[in-house]
Structures are given as C-alpha cells and as structure tokens.
Write a protein that binds this ligand. Structure first.
Ligand code: CU
Length: 771
C-alpha cells in the first residue's frame, strides 16, 4: 500500500484517477488467497477496465538497463494491467483478480532461442535483484561433493590425500561447553522451570531425559542402553561452536516454492499455482505452451511446477493442472507424490507424479474427485498408506483417500473444524485462524488434531473423537497466524514400544493479528509481534495437559520446524510480525533456531547463523539426504513481484546445521548401502553397515539410528513429518543390528531417510522402505 501511495504521489494529476483504481484493487486483493474476491465484488472496478494503467510508470523503477531486452513488464506489482483484447470474463469461482493471468504482454518475441536445450530457459523479464554474493567469501560457494558439507575450515590444512580420512586437527571436546553459549538460562524473562510441579530436566517422565545431558555421569554398561532401546547415548553428544552456514544453491529456480516435497528419487517437487501469471521459467521444451484453464483457457508458456535435483541443482519443468494454490499433499507407500486440492479448478483435484527416474515423468491429474473442497487442508498418511485429507476453507470434514488416482473418497464430518473457526467479520472477510490444522498420526492409530487454540484426538476410520485436550491459551497457532508444530522424535524399544509421544507447538500470533493487518479488514496495516511461547503435550496420556516449553529467543509466524537427523529440530523461515496473507507480514526472521527438546530447560533453543534472504509467506524448506537443509520460496504477493522490499524469492539456499562442522567429520558415519538392509519389515531385525571417517569402530552407546519420513511442507507446516529412533540390539564389526518399527501406526508405509549418528553427528542417509 505505502509503495503504491508513494508511486501515486509521484505522478501527474491526470494519472491520479488511475492510481485510485490501483489502490482500490490493491485493497481488494491484499488479503490472503480468497476465491472470487474482486470478481464477486460488483462495486470493485474490473481489472481490465482501466486502459490508462499501462502508461503508469513506476518512479522507483530504474530504466531498462538492457535496451536489447524488451521492457514489457516494468512494474511487476501491477500484473493485471489492461489488455484490451481480452474480454472480461468474470468467473465466480475464480480465486484471483487477474483476469489475464497469462499476461501475453510479458512474453518476449525478441528473446533468443535457448542455446542449450538441456538447460531451462528462465524468464528473461525477471531479473533477480541484488543477488548477494556468497555471504561468506572465505567459504567456497559451490559444493562439488554433495555428500560432503560445503564447508571449509580455514584453520584446517587441506587434506593432501582426499582418499584418506583427514586427521582431526581440531579434536572435539565434548566436555567443554560452547563458551558462546551461556549454560544458564539465556532468557531471563523466563524462569528455568515455569512449572515447579514438573521435573525440570525431563519433560517426559516416561523418558530418561537426562541421558543426553553433558556433565552427568553416564552409564557405561552397553546392556543398560539396550534395555532402553539401545539408542541412548552413554556419553554426551559432541558439542560444536559452529553455528551453521548458508550458501546459494541456485540463483533462479524459476518457480517460487509454495508447496514442496522431497521425493525418494532425490528430486524435490515444488509448485505454486496455475493462476499466478508468468513465473520465472518457461515450460520445457521451448514452445510448450499448454492451454491453461486457470488463465482463461489461453496458452501458458510458463511453468508453475518443477522437479529440482538437489545434487546438481538442475531444474526440470512439470505440468501442473488444476489450480494447486494453497493445497496439501502426501507420499504414497511407493514414493509417488499425491498433490491434493487447491482452489478453483483444482479444489477437488488429485495430481500424482511417480517416484521414478523417467526424465519425462509428470503429473497425472484427476479433477473433481475429492469429496470436499480442500483449500488450506492438511494430510496425514495412515497405516494402510491411504491419507486423511482434512479441513480447508469452509470444509468442516475430512476424507480418506487411498494411494490411487481412481477411488471413491470416504467422507466424514468434523464439527471440531467449525467450532474452532474464528467467525467472519462480514461477507468476504474471513479470519478463520484454524486453517492448515496440525495433524499427527499417533502410535495408537488415532490422529492428534490441533486447530486455532484447541486440540482433539480422533479415530480416523470412524471420525469419533477419542479425547479432548485443554485449550492452549495465548494465541492462535494456525493459518493465518501460522505457528510451528512438530511431533517430537519417537523412540522405540526392542519390543517396539514407543517410549515417548509428544507434540510441540511454538509461536503464531494473536487471534486478532490478521484482523488488524489484512487489507480485507483494514487500510492501515498493523503488524502485531509474533508469539515467542512454546508448549508441549503428551497426547496419549490420560488427562494430558500442555506444559510450557522454553520461550524462543524471537517471535515467529510462518516458520518451518524440521526434524534433523540427530533428533534435534530446526526452526527457520517466517516473520517476527504479522501473519500469513498477501503483504501481511514484515520483519523477516532470518535466524534459524536449533531446538534440542531433550536438553535441560534453558538450553533448548540455540540461535544459529542468519541468512540474508527473507523467507516469509509461501516459503518452504526440507531436510536433504546429505543432512543439509534446502530452503526455497517466499512470495508475499499475489503475483511474482520483484520491485519491493520482500520480493518473490526464486533463489534456492542450502543451510549446513552445526553438526556439519568439519571438525566433527571423524565422527561422521558413512553408510555402506550394499552391506545394509534397505527393505525393512515391520518388527523384524535389520542391519546397517557403516564406517566412521576416523576408522574407529562403532560401539553401542555412541550410535543412534534415525529414520525420517520426508514431509510435504507448505505454509509453515510439514505434513507427515516424523522421526523414528529404532532400537539397536548390537553392533558387530561396524554392522548395526536394529529392530524395525513394529507397525504402520508408528511408521506409516513408505520410504524413509535412514541416518546413522555418532554422538549427535549424522552422516548422509540411505533410503529405506518399510511396509
Ligand atoms: Cu497460501
């Protein structure tokens, strides 16, 4: 708004009228992704009705720096500039304002042909502003070896023999805490133990929480560890002062990552929408311009979905059908991705892309097959591989969708979703506060469901509510004041009991935060500070209650909360003020947080090195098989917009968490896939062969195996994310004997990244399959 007003003031009087129309449109648009917003408002000017607009220049925009390039779209913030050749076709079910999303005026006929057809052709009209150089010029930016962390330690001499493990010149000192990290409570506002009735160090009385606490005498009898699942460390995890490192992995992936899934074929599939107009990349091969029903059935040469090879950073465009805006998804047991719902043409769609290495693999789509509209819904995979697809705007229901494109959905009412909806403030003025609800499959087969400020547990095959939990006071935690939530790592015993089942919820914002910031409700935006509080609950306990977790060092909405291979978690992305929705947040939270849920209270959140790139609304991240984190996306705006404070973000980053400190490399287990069991059977023993880079022998008590289900991440929630810690029975000659999870309620069928850790230091994973 301020930007547009400023622009208006700089223009001559005859254009003021046009500006007023732009402002009116901005107000109408500026909310979150709403169906039929302007189209349903007869008092709003139609976008195509103002032929004056194309002449508006933006004084903030530099002249075309490259006269050889057509300057067709000088102002990406006004993409719905009139096209007199396009008739206005109001579509009541069309979600977005732009009546001409494919924007023929943005194509560039003078553009040279792609000289390298193997390389994707990026949108020439999109220049990525102020591409920062490698933020750390002392560090190499490219990583020629994706297995190895992209970190060089200037204090370390080069290894003269790369085939040999490098002697550790900087031996890790596990008993010496990081001098930068105060051992005392870093947050003086908060008592170390907010609940004196609760034991301070162990938030989970079923779990020996102190075993990982440095400085405590540890049992040395390996059998003691075996009795507890064999995965508890008998020595403190290794500490490091390394606070992580960011590198740019790709300067322009072409499509902003609104929804993102790592697939077992080592491709990340991400997409935004088909009604968003031009992206940053054209469909491959050149000239592939399929008809786009979400763009008035016009040919659309731009891609809205890609497959991204995390090893090579190569981009391949995919065909997205049925508008997937703010949709959900899940993997099938065979690793195929099902992308469910969205809006308009896609609100009941399912699209599947197979988990294979076919270079032409693409989405196969069925429109109108879901039982209800699934816009802002969330999915959770069940023990039989089908998925609960739950909620969405105005859909107070869920349905069970089998891993198939041809099915009859089973629909169930879910009144809880209506009960937790903050009421509309008027027609077209929703608040909601409960979209993208948090769902977790619990080890008893029921589903923990959190929406707004309440939680229940329900039986998925009947819809019966099994348990209601106390209200979580203090804010709203779901979209638009999107907080962060995760199921904490599930630790298994050799007889396959789950030692701990616990959910954490952090951040979010006030129930009023959206009402005071979104253009649907106000003209003067007020960005309320995001919440800093976190809470935990053990949902299987009778009379489960919320316990106060340590407060975060900074507030956060729209962050991701990802499992790390060593059973810590990482919180990243998001904003410190405002909510989800177009233009509704500011004060990007650039600092990732390491969250160590088993550490003593006061030591659980550790701020890491910040990025330089704001990732707020419509951003994503994912744990990679090499233990790094891929970070992509962010688009606060209705369209791809670059001349603004928080531009549409097409750069891809990778973040190396602290465990990738090169000084820890001697402890890094490297799995021998050929000597390992990669197909697991529920409850059966399996073997993992691995070697330490130090050539030391692995021993029980120092090794933890983890299995991470790759989540579908969107809007700050990683659907289906779970980390399992299987029991270890012995380690013989660097072969780990472990027990596979006992069944599908603990480990839904499918592919998992399996990591081996030595004292908190993970090595690259192998994909294992369990069913
Ligand atoms: Cu969205």
């Amino acid at each position: 708004m301020a930007h547009i007003i400023k622009t208006c003031l700089g223009l001559v009087i005859p254009i003021l009228f046009a500006c007023s129309l732009v402002v009116a449109r901005d107000i109408a648009d500026g909310g979150n992704d709403q169906p039929g917003k302007c189209n349903q408002k007869p008092d709003q000017p139609q976008d195509n009705s103002n032929p004056i607009q194309p002449n508006i220049t933006n004084s903030d925009q530099p002249d075309n720096p490259n006269p050889n390039q057509p300057q067709d779209n000088p102002n990406a913030i006004k993409p719905s500039i009139a096209n007199l050749d396009q008739p206005d076709v109001p579509q009541a079910d069309q979600p977005h304002d732009n009546p001409n999303p494919i924007q023929p005026n943005i194509t560039t006929p003078d553009q040279p042909d792609n000289p390298n057809p193997d390389q994707p052709q990026v949108n020439p009209n999109i220049t990525i502003p102020d591409q920062p150089d490698n933020p750390n010029p002392d560090k190499p930016q490219d990583n020629p070896n994706p297995i190895q962390p992209n970190i060089s330690n200037p204090d370390q001499p080069d290894n003269p023999n790369p085939g040999q493990p490098q002697d550790n010149p900087n031996p890790v000192q596990p008993d010496i805490p990081n001098p930068d990290q105060p051992p005392d409570n870093p947050n003086p506002d908060q008592p170390n133990n907010p609940n004196p009735d609760q034991p301070q160090d162990n938030p989970n009385p079923d779990q020996p929480g102190d075993n990982q606490k440095p400085g405590i005498d540890q049992p040395t009898d390996p059998n003691a560890a075996v009795a507890d699942g064999g995965s508890d460390y008998t020595a403190p995890p290794l500490e490091t002062g390394f606070l992580g490192e960011w590198v740019i992995d790709n300067p322009n992936a072409g499509v902003a990552a609104m929804q993102l899934q790592l697939m077992p074929n080592d491709k990340l599939v991400w997409y935004d929408t088909t009604s968003l107009g031009p992206s940053g990349i054209k469909m491959q091969p050149e000239g592939n311009c399929p008809i786009n029903p979400d763009a008035k059935n016009q040919p659309d040469c731009y891609a809205h979905a890609i497959a991204y090879d995390w090893r090579t950073s190569a981009v391949r465009t995919l065909t997205l059908q049925g508008d997937a805006w703010c949709s959900s998804g899940n993997l099938w047991p065979n690793g195929n991705l099902a992308a469910t719902g969205g809006t308009a043409t896609g609100d009941k769609a399912i699209r599947m892309i197979p988990n294979n290495d076919d270079p032409k693999a693409d989405f196969e789509t069925r429109l109108n097959v879901l039982a209800d509209v699934r816009w802002y819904a969330s999915n959770v995979v069940l023990p039989d591989g089908s998925a609960v697809v739950l909620g969405g705007r105005g859909s107070f229901s869920y349905e069970i969708v089998p891993p198939s494109l041809d099915f009859k959905p089973r629909r169930f009412d879910m009144p809880f979703l209506k009960e937790t909806t903050t009421p509309d403030l008027g027609p077209g003025r929703p608040v909601e506060n409960n979209l993208y609800p948090f769902q977790f499959l619990l080890p008893d087969g029921n589903i923990f469901l959190y929406a707004n400020n309440r939680a229940i547990c329900f039986e998925p095959q009947t819809g019966n509510v099994v348990r209601e939990y106390p209200e979580l006071a203090g804010g709203s935690r779901n979209y638009p004041p999107s907080g962060q939530s995760a199921l904490l790592p599930l630790k298994l015993t050799a007889d396959n009991k789950v030692i701990n089942t616990e959910v954490v919820i952090c951040g979010g914002n006030s129930p009023d935060a959206y009402k005071v910031v979104d253009a649907r409700h106000v003209t003067e935006k007020q960005f309320m500070p995001a919440l800093r509080d976190c809470h935990r609950i053990q949902p299987l306990n009778q009379d489960a209650t919320w316990t106060d977790e340590e407060q975060m060092p900074s507030g956060r909405v729209m962050g991701d909360l990802l499992d790390l291979p060593n059973a810590d978690l990482l919180m990243l992305n998001g904003a410190q003020s405002g909510t989800s929705g177009w233009e509704d947040a500011t004060d990007a939270n650039l600092t990732p947080l390491l969250y160590s849920p088993t550490k003593p209270m006061g030591n659980r959140f550790k701020p890491l090195n910040p990025t330089t790139i704001a990732r707020m609304y419509h951003s994503c991240s994912a744990l990679l098989p090499d233990t790094r984190i891929l970070v992509a996306g962010s688009n606060m705006h209705q369209f791809y917009t670059f001349d603004t404070q928080f531009p549409t973000e097409l750069r891809v980053e990778k973040f190396s968490p602290p465990y990738l400190d090169p000084a820890l490399d001697p402890n890094r287990p490297i799995i021998d896939a050929k000597g390992s069991d990669l197909v697991l059977q529920y409850g059966k023993p399996f073997k993992i062969a691995a070697t330490l880079q130090s050539n030391e022998t692995m021993v029980l008590g120092e090794i933890m195996v983890t299995m991470v289900y790759p989540p579908f991440t969107t809007h700050g929630f990683s659907q289906n994310q779970r980390l399992l810690i299987p029991a270890l029975t012995s380690i013989e000659n660097n072969v780990i004997n472990a027990v596979a999870p006992g069944g599908g309620t603990v480990a839904p069928p499918g592919y998992y990244m399996l990591f081996v850790n030595r004292l908190g230091v993970p090595g690259p994973s192998v994909w294992v399959h369990i069913e």
